[in-house]
Structures are given as C-alpha cells and as structure tokens.
Design a protein around this ligand. Sequence first.
Ligand code: MN
Length: 320
Amino acid sequence: MAVQGDIQVIAIEEHYLDAEVDGLMGDGHNPFRARLSDLSDVRIKEMDAAGIDIQVLSHCPPGAQAFGAEAGVALATAVNDRLAEFVKTKPDRFSAFATLPTPDAKASADELERCVKTHGFKGAMVHGLTELTFIDDKRFWPIFERAEALDVPIYVHPAPPHPTLVDIYLKDYAEEYPQILGPGWGFTMETATAGLRLVLSGVFKKYPKLKIILGHMGEGLPFLLWRINHTMTKMGAPGFEPLPFKEIFCEHFHVTTSGNFSDAALLCSVMEMGADRILFSVDWPYIENAPGTAWMEQVPLGREDRIKLLNGNARKLLKM
Ligand code: MN
C-alpha cells in the first residue's frame, strides 16, 4: 500500500462488534457502534486509505466473557464461527483473535483450541476483569496452559476497572471527563495491573513458553520497568525470593502501538524491550487508522526496525 511504500502493514488490535453480542448488550448509545459493526465497506475503505493491508480482528469489550459461564460458552462458539466465516471471505485482508467465555476457563481453553485448529485464529483476546476477578487468578490458568500448548498469544486488553476503584480514585472527575474512566486513565490502571499481576502470579514459571500481548505501548509498564524491577528484586519481605520482573516481562510480553502514537513512548519501549517486542496496531475504530500509519512513516527508527513493527514481528508471533 502506498503510505508505507513497499512495506506491508499488519495491525493487530482492530475491533469489531458481533450483532448478537450487540443485541445482548443493548448499548445503542455507543458512538462507535456503527463502525464497530461494519465488516466491509467503511472498514476496508479506511484500511485502504491509510495503507493498512491486514487487520487481525478482535471483538470489542466485553466480547463473550460478560454473559456468565453457560450462556457465554454457546455465545463464544457462535461469535467465533461468524468471525471465521467473515475472515474466509477476505483471507488476504483479515485474520482473527478468538473471544473466550472466560467465566468457564476449561471451556475457554477448549474454544481457543477449536478456533486455532479449525479456524486458523491467531490466539485470543481477553478483556479486563472476569466476574470482578483479574485474569492471573489460578481459576483462569487452563487458558494459559492451552495457549502455551498451542503456541499462541493471549492479548490482555482493557475494560472498565473495578467499580470500587472507580468510586475511590476517579468518580469525582468523571462527570466532566468521562473518558478518564477509559483510555484517559482507568483502562491503563486496569490493564497495567493485570500485566503486573500476571508476572507476580508465577504463571510464567508454570508455563515457560506463554506469550502475552499488551496494547497501548505496554500500558505504561515499559516506562516503569526499572523501578518495578528494582522493587521486586531488592525490596521484599525478609527472606523473599527476588522476582526478576524486567527479565520475565521482556521474555513473555509483546506490546503494541494501539492508541499510543508517541515517539517518546515508542523509544522507551524499544530501549527497555527491544524492537522485536513491539507490533504496530491502531485500535480501530476508537482510534483512526491514518494518524497511525502517518506516524509510522516518521518514527525515529531505521527501516529494518520499522519493518519489524509493521509486519515482521506480527508474522513471527502470530505465524502469518
Ligand atoms: Mn482496543
């Protein structure tokens, strides 16, 4: 495509909304609803205009995980099958992450395997808390066990933080700036905490080949790696086992540029994690495509690293 010259552009945090989930949510006021629901006209026009060759599609929050265990399992199957049908119509433009019925972790693991083996999906995306519980909880480890066995990543994506936290930390400013609960800060707190907790949980010791993706340039964690690492390695309870946080994070996590087109944040992430760990993404339709690809044209990286971000790292991680 024109914008990046001869460099193929793969974007991996690009959302859509399934019609059945839309009906269940009854969220007619969502200003992004029309574009999220669009799987052909607007989406492809905007991809073409911005020079995006491939979108790896994922259901927007909450996906299939907010409807209880029983209903969620059937819903996830139907949603993923519909997504697979669509991807099949344009396999050169689209790929997919599965949505999982996380309240039932065993069924989620089975659904992940079905989606990878039957539909060629590239992994799964989970959104924030499940039944107000973080994803590092041991009840969810069957998902990570299966992801490791299948050699596919789990994309840990934001959703609204715990309501108690919102009340204490943010509510008084939310009337004037409602998005402070979302991309303005709440999502970041939520998902950075999920990433931190995954490292603390020991899940990577149990599943040493497990791969996690965080969007939004790592939800702030790359910027804070030195300090978190210093704390976890040097400042525990008496007799504590030092936790090499930075080493674990850099070995098991990839981050994407979704919704965070900042040279400074990118360079920080490259310096802490290396260019092999960073993947281009937009976060469509919450964020526009064109500013993302225009930004990539001028990032302070050499051509080789730019190619890694725009397609090489995705090809490797997602086996595309
Ligand atoms: Mn997103």
